[in-house]
Design a protein around this ligand. Structure first.
Ligand code: SF4
Ligand code: SF4
Length: 139
């Protein structure tokens, strides 16, 4: 791999996890580290950095070594507005089992085995509070 004159991933990383000081990335600054944890959403993530429910891929998308190798797939499951509201309001494991069964089934169809709480935490980080329903919690 010829990284010596590239730096495309360094420029694309939204959290500056890739630095010139070493070849390895600073994993503790990587979005994937932040969005696969059930800890409270970390303050160090810039407000415009989080861009998908899990993972990131910004560095992989721009890497010239990956040219022609990455594929975007449209996943069949579509979540309803009602399901999205249920996820946004999730606080615990109880309540609305029927709705959660449907949500979990769609996640599995998309190849995502995620805890409902992780899904809720990461979706809340993506959706501004003013865009959410004011109704109270379901899970
Ligand atoms: S996955 Fe995203 S946050 Fe992590 S190093 Fe790559 S660009 Fe940075
Ligand atoms: S984008 Fe790819 S080739 Fe360029 S510096 Fe990063 S890892 Fe190396």
């Amino acid at each position: 791999m010829d990284c010596s004159s590239c730096f495309a991933c360094l420029a694309a990383c939204p959290t500056q996890a890739i630095q010139e000081d070493r070849f390895l990335l600073h994993a503790e600054r990587c979005l994937v580290y932040a969005n696969e944890s059930l800890d409270p959403w970390p303050d160090w993530v810039p407000s415009d950095a989080h861009h998908c429910l899990v993972g990131c891929m910004r560095c992989q998308e721009v890497c010239p070594q990956n040219a022609g190798r990455l594929k975007v797939e449209a996943l069949p499951p579509v979540f309803t507005a009602e399901e999205t509201e249920v996820v946004l309001r999730a606080q615990g494991d109880a309540g609305n089992a029927h709705m959660w069964a449907a949500i979990d089934k769609k996640l599995a169809q998309a190849g995502l085995i995620l805890s409902g709480l992780l899904l809720a935490r990461n979706l809340r980080a993506l959706v501004p509070p003013e865009s959410r329903s004011q109704e109270s919690d379901d899970r």
